[in-house]
Design a protein around this ligand. Structure first.
Ligand code: OAD
Length: 279
């Protein structure tokens, strides 16, 4: 339950930021990462399947692991929590969704302003090996399709954007960019990689300017994402956390609502705006 003060501040907010992690999609059937027994990292060592080094060592193994995850994600539909987040757009002048998830479920539910901090399983990009040296005689160019570094002579300048768009995470050999021949990879952020600076800047701006931040289903163990709710909190924004178990944020948040996203988010809409979202 929310206190009357928090409830009124949410109702009066002109910018609400919803910050989400894997728990947001748990009720859609997508496993979280760090939960004991069922979490993805309980079953697989992230260093073997989610780093550039792992991909360089064995691209097919890393590709196959992501295909398996993508198959689960493609079968999933938004749950009542995603729907409640999308519904917020009709209730608050500005809503920004900052997600660590790569499953597109916020967009599928109808959320428009979604910042994908960790990328998306629905896009492919070139694997750029930063250790590869290009000589002066063969300086690299940026491939017009995958935006990866490429050697000019190896590029097919007639290859079309649609040739790349047709490729997706699917069973089989790791595909190559139709433009430059580079090995492709899912456009997600692996361990040890930088976030897209534009996306991160957008997320920082949102955390720094919102009136309310609702943090849903994240263990808050991965930086820089984990700092965003604290930025909002330090500035005096109302911070509400939704999670079945307490996290490091729970003690300092204005409200820590213990429970599942699919139950608590519709309950929050009911309590603040009197809106019903079906399960
Ligand atoms: P975690 O797996 O670390 O945390 C998931 C959180 O969701 C936990 O705190 C759970 O208690 C909570 N949870 C579980 N079921 C829930 C439900 N039904 N409703 C609400 N909360 C629930 O996932 P993240 O915090 O998202 O990075 O992990 C952050 C990043 O670490 C991920 O984006 C991923 C991973 O390595 C990349 O892939 C780059």
């Amino acid at each position: 339950m929310l206190s009357q003060t928090v409830l009124h501040r949410i109702k009066a907010a002109s910018h609400v930021c919803v910050f989400t992690g894997a728990g947001m999609s748990a009720e859609s059937g997508i496993p979280t990462f760090r939960e004991r027994n069922e979490g993805l990292w309980a079953k697989h060592d992230p260093l073997e399947v989610a780093t550039p080094e792992a991909y360089k060592k064995n691209p097919q193994l890393v590709w196959d692991w992501h295909v398996h995850l993508a198959e689960k994600v493609r079968k999933a539909s938004p749950n009542a929590g995603h729907q409640a987040v999308a519904k917020l757009q009709a209730l608050v002048p500005k809503v920004t969704v900052i997600t660590q998830n790569v499953d597109n479920l916020h967009q599928d539910a109808g959320s428009c302003d979604v910042l994908e901090l960790h990328g998306s399983l629905f896009r492919l990009t070139a694997f750029v090996d930063k250790n590869v040296m290009y000589s002066d005689e063969r300086p690299p160019v940026i491939c017009h399709l995958c935006k990866g570094y490429a050697v000019w002579e190896q590029c097919d300048h007639f290859a079309d954007r649609s040739d790349l768009a047709e490729l997706k995470l699917a069973t089989g050999r790791v595909p190559r960019c139709p433009g430059c021949g580079a090995l492709l990879r899912p456009d997600i952020v692996w361990f040890g990689e930088m976030l897209d600076p534009c996306v991160l800047e957008g997320a920082v701006d949102a955390a720094d300017s919102c009136d309310v931040l609702i943090c849903v289903g994240s263990s808050l163990e991965v930086e820089p994402a984990a700092s965003l709710p604290y930025r909002a909190l330090r500035r005096g924004a109302v911070v509400v956390e939704i999670n079945p178990v307490p996290t490091a944020l729970s003690a300092t948040a204005d409200a820590s609502l213990i429970g599942k996203a699919g139950d608590i988010l519709p309950g929050l809409l009911r309590q603040v705006w009197g809106i019903e979202i079906g399960r």
